[in-house]
Write a protein that binds this ligand. Structure first.
Ligand code: SF4
Length: 355
């Protein structure tokens, strides 16, 4: 008997792919679909994305268009374009996420049917959204429930692997190979410095757009900690900026929670914040973080990425930052919260790239 050919769903390797891919990949595969990913970000994807997006938009959005166009060259039956409205209680995603399916539909022609999963935790739990999605794909309640259980299991494993210190790429390869009992080996080697590299997953784990910063820092004998390596409980409480100011941006909420945790971590020697050029929420919280690290005397640098960011400029700034931290650790820089810290922070402002 001839087996029915599986329908193919294209998922752009962009934006919240870097956060929820294991969840939706397992869910859709369990429902009987085949997943087709766009290629890893490359120069052509950056170029074609930039041609389709308006100039004023942030680089992650331009890249999203590039990834969708890349998928359109592949043989897919559906295109997965979720609408993330709220992913943590009491916050909203930035407007680009809210309008993503509309922007894709309004800009690009010859699209296959879009799968518009809507995630809005203010109104419904994620399982409801998954159920709506499963029903729209003509699956039974039993199939949806079973697929969702598997997806949640896989997603928790993925989060666990990253908390244990695996990189995004390593954790994904474990999930893809379905090695559910995989346990990462404990790293023994102590590095010269421990630095937190914080930002949106799509900036931190897209090696092309950040010029492989994780690898470059490792090459400088730096132990790198990302937001996903931090304990998951720290993201369960809303952050308070001041008695009168509350943060409403979902993505930034995570970054601020991570920062609050890192401020207390005595092993962290410095923090690098990766922002996107043209990102309103990022520039807003950069001001808050700058104020906090200045008070606490924590070495900090903010790198603003856009499609024109030069490799040499980024490396020079990172090398100078790491060198400054190593000199501080050796006692060659006075650590009192006065002049030297002022220098670091003001250096950070001048050192922004892409502006
Ligand atoms: S949060 Fe910033 S970088 Fe991310 S999509 Fe919105 S504007 Fe772009």
């Amino acid at each position: 008997m001839e087996t029915e050919k599986k329908k193919k769903i294209g998922i752009p390797r962009s934006l919240l792919y870097f956060k929820y891919y294991p969840l939706w990949k397992i869910f859709l595969e369990e429902l009987g679909f085949e997943i087709v990913l766009s290629d890893h970000t490359n120069a052509k994807i950056v170029e074609i994305g930039g041609n389709y997006a308006i100039d004023e938009i942030c680089i992650p959005l331009k890249l999203y268009y590039g990834h969708v166009l890349n998928l359109l060259e592949k043989d897919i039956d559906y295109l997965f374009v979720p609408r993330y409205i709220s992913t943590t209680f009491g916050t909203y995603m930035c407007p680009k996420f809210l309008g993503l399916p509309d922007m894709v539909r309004g800009t690009l022609d010859n699209l296959p049917p879009l799968i518009e999963l809507e995630i809005d935790l203010r109104k419904k739990p994620k399982f409801y959204s998954a159920t709506e999605l499963g029903r729209s794909l003509k699956k039974s309640t039993w199939q949806i429930r079973k697929a969702y259980e598997e997806a949640i299991k896989g997603y928790h494993k993925f989060r666990e692997l990253m908390i244990d210190g695996l990189s995004f790429k390593q954790a994904i390869s474990v999930i893809d190979s379905k090695k559910w009992d995989f346990k990462p080996k404990k790293k023994k080697k102590k590095r010269s410095a421990k630095i937190a590299l914080i930002g949106h997953g799509y900036n931190i784990h897209d090696e092309f757009i950040n010029m492989n910063l994780l690898k470059k820092l490792a090459g400088m004998d730096v132990q790198v900690v990302t937001l996903e390596n931090l304990p998951v409980e720290i993201f369960h409480q809303n952050t308070v900026i001041s008695t009168t100011l509350k943060n409403y941006w979902g993505n930034e909420e995570e970054i601020l929670s991570a920062m609050n945790y890192l401020y207390e971590d005595k092993e962290i020697d410095g923090i690098i914040f990766i922002c996107s050029f043209c990102c309103g929420p990022d520039s807003l919280i950069d001001e808050i973080i700058t104020r906090d690290v200045k008070k606490l005397g924590i070495p900090y640098i903010c790198l603003v990425l856009d499609e024109h960011s030069g490799q040499a400029g980024v490396i020079t700034r990172i090398e100078a930052f790491v060198d400054m931290i190593l000199r501080k650790k050796k006692g060659l820089i006075i650590t009192a919260q006065s002049a030297p810290i002022e220098v670091e922070v003001s250096e950070k402002i001048n050192n922004k790239i892409g502006v």
